[in-house]
Ligand binder design. Structure first.
Ligand code: PA5
Length: 444
């Protein structure tokens, strides 16, 4: 069942029907390139088939090993960066208690999940090691290339901690590797040490890999119904393949983004009024930023968490330079049901809201902000999700992945490569190797 609805009322003052009609052909051209698999990056379209071509054996193994991880660990450390952690973190945050890592195991019913290897901070790693000292833990190291510096450093360090704690054999039973099926340093280490290994299909890029074991294993450890996610994604794959811009919300969204971009509205803010969407926004930023930002082109994807950021970036969005548009994720049904208490004295003057659901108040903040921003000159689209469940989030993942691919093609870039990421790495490696050489020289 379709549970995501795009509302474009808030762009009517900025984008005309004529604009939409005139970009239609380009959207269909992009659609054809994806269908025929003959556009740029045509070898990296495996993500489109993941929900329907499921590897049932792999899913069973993921669920089985997730149970083992739950039994053997107080803490499950997921090592990875970029596409190798953001999807899992985004979905786990959506479905877990906001304070889940602070709850006792008996209440949470799965290990604490901590992400590492997504920065080069010594403080972060040292504090993590100190935290893990008296805890049973296991590791899932995720890297498609198997040679990313951030994750490799965290893995080398934490693997040693595991070996010191449980011995080499014991550690081997607590290390789970997700990497390329055939090649790479991490792949070779996993084979040599007989670690449990999951693979990332060759034709699926990092930022499109959330529905592979990259995302599915950590999600299963957090008791998320991964098959429901895949069912929702499968339905959306079919839904968003319709070659009709009038009925296909995903294509309409991609079209409007490009129309706005051509009118120099080149910053997209993804907004949510639910704090647990924070990392979903991070996932979106990486998906679109790395896919579209190339050849001196690209919509700059950023995000805000409302109402928090109304007290920081709100002023700029309302009144600043008119080169931004907003896409708001609105979860229609909130199931927390907490009403503002009534207090006879009404010292704080809040009784006019007494007995009202906090979510109702949040929704009024959303509607008020929406109108204020549109009136202030900020085009707004709203993605309404009926309810926060796995099936619907599966749909949302495909909505954004497909929109990103179509939008990238319309923009005129290859959405599936990331040549620009290499520039900083090359410089950093040059500097690090230089240090190594200097060190050697001084020892000689
Ligand atoms: O989307 C991408 O390809 C990147 O963001 C990668 O996921 C990220 O650089 C991590 O790469 P790897 O999985 O090879 O360690």
């Amino acid at each position: 069942m379709k549970s995501i609805h795009l509302d474009i009322t808030g762009i009517k003052d900025f984008v005309t029907d004529e604009d939409i009609n005139s970009i239609e052909k380009e959207i269909y051209r992009a659609h054809d390139m994806l269908q025929k698999k003959n556009g740029p990056g045509k070898d990296m379209l495996g993500w489109m088939d993941l929900p329907s071509n499921r590897n049932e054996e792999e899913i069973s193994r993921i669920k089985e090993l997730a149970k083992r991880i739950q039994k053997q660990s107080d803490v499950f450390v997921v090592i990875g960066i970029g596409g190798s952690y953001l999807g899992a973190k985004a979905i786990i945050d959506l479905f877990s208690n906001t304070f889940s890592n602070l709850l006792p195991y008996s209440q949470r019913k799965y290990p604490q999940i901590i992400f590492a290897g997504n920065n080069l901070s010594g403080k972060y790693l040292r504090n993590l090691i100190e935290y893990l000292e008296d805890k049973d833990f296991s590791i899932n190291v995720i890297s498609k290339s198997g040679r990313t510096l951030e994750s490799a450093i965290a893995f080398r360090t934490l693997r040693l901690v595991l070996e010191q704690k449980y011995g080499v054999r014991g550690a081997n039973e607590r290390i789970y590797v997700t990497t390329d099926a055939k090649k790479g340093i991490l792949h070779d280490i996993a084979v040599k040490n007989e670690y449990e290994m999951f693979t990332i299909p060759n034709n699926v890029g990092g930022r499109f890999s959330v529905l592979t074991p990259v995302g599915l294993l950590p999600m299963a450890v957090a008791n998320i119904e991964i098959e429901d996610i895949l069912d929702g994604a499968q339905f959306a794959t079919y839904l968003y393949n319709e070659k009709d811009i009038k009925t296909n919300d995903c294509y309409l969204y991609a079209a409007i983004r490009n129309i706005l971009y051509r009118n120099n509205v080149n910053i997209e803010i993804l907004a949510s009024y639910e704090p647990s969407f924070r990392y979903f926004i991070e996932w979106f930023k990486q998906l679109f930023g790395e896919s579209e930002g190339k050849n001196n082109k690209g919509i700059f994807p950023t995000g805000v968490n409302y109402t928090t950021d109304l007290h920081s970036l709100g002023q700029l969005i309302q009144d600043g330079r008119r080169n931004i548009f907003e896409t708001v994720i609105n979860v229609e049904k909130d199931r927390s049901f907490i009403a503002l208490p009534y207090i006879e004295e009404d010292e704080d003057g809040l009784n006019y809201l007494a007995e009202k659901d906090i979510d109702y108040i949040n929704k009024q903040a959303f509607l008020g902000t929406l109108n204020a921003h549109i009136e202030g000159g900020v085009p707004n689209m709203v993605i309404n999700i009926e309810d926060l469940n796995e099936y619907n989030i599966g749909q949302l993942i495909i909505f954004f992945e497909k929109a990103c691919a179509i939008s990238g093609y319309v923009l005129g870039v290859n959405p599936f490569n990331q040549p620009g990421v290499e520039a900083y790495k090359a410089n950093m490696m040059k500097l690090l190797k230089k240090d190594e050489d200097d060190e050697k020289e001084s020892q000689d």
